[in-house]
Design a protein around this ligand. Structure first.
Ligand code: HEC
Length: 196
């Protein structure tokens, strides 16, 4: 009886000190050696904690993006976003267009009101699975500040749910290079969910 009691007390103390109900997620191998199944496994491990952090945001998109259309069957492999893993969803206004993955968008831009979300996680050098930010791109009407950036407004929410200050120019300097794709990079071809 005594033993049981002290074990419970220790568990409670650990819980209190760490302030988190989530156990740490560890990758079985180094980041670059992960198979697609293993990427899915580590995502399953970190997912709830990642999303709970984003949900602290008062930006309504941070709660809505999980109900939006999925663009990939699995988190995409590390891309230019700092070698991390990505999971992209698109709201109802833009989804059908997005999943065409068209590269003929010079005269056929995404509809105004499109919002694209991308959740990000990574694996550090000690194989610990790490939480990344939630990225957004919103297509707005011409005639404002965003004219310089292809009528996209970029924003980022930290894994804590706090907004992160970013430079529109920084995001668009890279995204703007995809000029025939209306500045979208699209997920890796291997994991794309598409309409055709
Ligand atoms: C170094 C180049 C680069 C920079 C800088 C960059 N991105 Fe991206 N971004 C990409 C590429 C490539 C993709 C598509 C592949 C992928 O998801 O990695 C992408 C995808 C996205 C997507 C999903 C929509 C899509 O298909 O393009 C969002 C949302 C996004 N980025 C937001 C941002 C925001 C916000 C910033 C600035 C804080 C930013 N990006 C900076 C290269 C970049």
């Amino acid at each position: 009886m005594r033993k049981l009691f002290s074990k419970a007390a220790i568990t409670a103390a650990v819980f209190f000190v760490s302030g988190s109900a989530y156990a740490a997620c560890t990758s079985p191998v180094a980041k670059d050696d992960l198979s697609e199944e293993q990427v899915i496994e580590i995502f399953e491990c970190i997912k709830d904690e990642l999303r709970a952090g984003y949900a602290n945001s008062d930006n309504p998109w941070a709660k809505d993006y999980l109900k939006w259309g999925r663009t990939a069957s699995a988190p995409a492999a590390p891309g230019p976003h700092g070698g991390r893993f990505l999971n992209t969803t698109v709201n109802e206004i833009g989804y059908a267009e997005y999943i065409k993955y068209s590269d003929e968008r010079e005269d056929n831009p995404m509809p105004v009101g499109t919002v694209i979300a991308k959740e990000v996680f990574g694996v550090n050098k000690k194989n610990k699975v790490t939480k990344g930010q939630l990225f957004f791109m919103e297509k707005v009407a011409a005639g404002g500040e965003a004219d310089k950036y292809g009528n996209w407004v970029y924003s980022v929410i930290k894994s804590s749910g706090k907004p992160q200050k970013i430079s529109q120019k920084f995001c668009h300097d890279c995204h703007g290079a995809f000029s025939d794709q209306d500045a979208m990079g699209y997920p890796d071809e291997d994991v794309r969910l598409s309409s055709n």
